[in-house]
Ligand binder design. Structure first.
Ligand SMILES: C[S@@+](CC[C@H](N)C(=O)[O-])C[C@H]1O[C@@H](n2cnc3c(N)ncnc32)[C@H](O)[C@@H]1O
Length: 235
């Protein structure tokens, strides 16, 4: 995946997976052609000073979910918080097609989408515009030589902290112990975040309004324990 040399816009930095597994059905392709352009944020063409302006209502809270996969959590949140606005990022085309079907079936109007690398969207978003960033079961890259590919890095924490409002939250969930420790260490070293845990219940119990994602279900089936980390943007 390369940068777009003509515009200088960097499109891919932290995405290492494949974008497509199997062809889309005609119905899925139709939604990609008809519905995605209406919901897609476009950092290459649309400057945005006020993120609430991309929604048809005036959302009271704005939340970004990075790598929504099957979209279970994003859809659940959007349905249960109609006064909020949600931005979901997912470069995997088959997952995006599934999300579009869910949005269409549920008739929700408070989700906007981005289908490329979340780092490009983070760089485009205005400063201090989000109440929360969710990073749920990010690709674990379990082999030590691949740890540098993990989404949590000092650079991406800088990006996340920039777009969070003062006191905004960063939610991270994973079932991979080395990634949980990695994230704790990175956030501890980063001056912009404060870990909100005071006792073990705080990382053992899911976030408020939680619904199980596909990867969490897989982790539980395979005997791994989920861990939920809550960080607040430091004052
Ligand atoms: C292990 S899956 C978890 C999906 C979902 N959050 C869940 O819990 O079921 C990680 C997801 O992150 C997406 N992803 C990986 N790198 C990304 C990036 N740089 N920007 C946005 N999404 C990314 C992948 O395509 C994949 O769908």
């Amino acid at each position: 995946m390369s940068d777009n040399g003509s515009t200088g816009f960097r499109r891919w930095e932290a995405f290492y997976g494949r974008r497509k597994a199997k062809g889309l059905s005609p119905k899925q392709q139709h939604r990609m052609d008809a519905l995605l352009p209406a919901l897609r944020l476009d950092p290459q063409t649309t400057p945005v000073a006020d993120l609430t302006s991309v929604f048809s209502h005036q959302p009271a809270h704005l939340v970004l979910e990075i790598g929504f996969g099957g979209g279970e959590h994003l859809l659940h949140q959007a349905k249960n918080n109609p006064g909020s606005g949600f931005v979901g990022v997912e470069p995997f085309i088959n997952s995006m097609a599934k999300m579009l079907a869910s949005i269409d079936d549920a008739g929700v109007d408070n989700i906007r989408l981005y289908d490329e690398d979340a780092t490009a969207l983070l760089d485009w978003l205005p400063e201090a515009c989000l109440d929360r960033v969710d990073l749920l079961y990010p690709d674990p890259w379990p082999k030590k030589r691949h740890w540098k590919r993990r989404f949590v890095s000092q650079r991406n924490l800088d990006r996340i902290v920039r777009v969070l409002k003062p006191g905004g939250l960063f939610h991270f969930a994973s079932d991979i112990e080395t990634y949980v420790n990695w994230t704790l260490e990175h956030c501890e070293r980063h001056a912009g975040f404060e870990w909100l845990a005071t006792c073990c219940k705080d990382w053992e119990e899911p976030f408020p309004g939680w619904t199980r994602t596909r990867y969490e279900a897989k982790a539980l089936r395979e005997g791994r324990t989920p861990c939920y980390l809550r960080f607040r943007k430091s004052a």
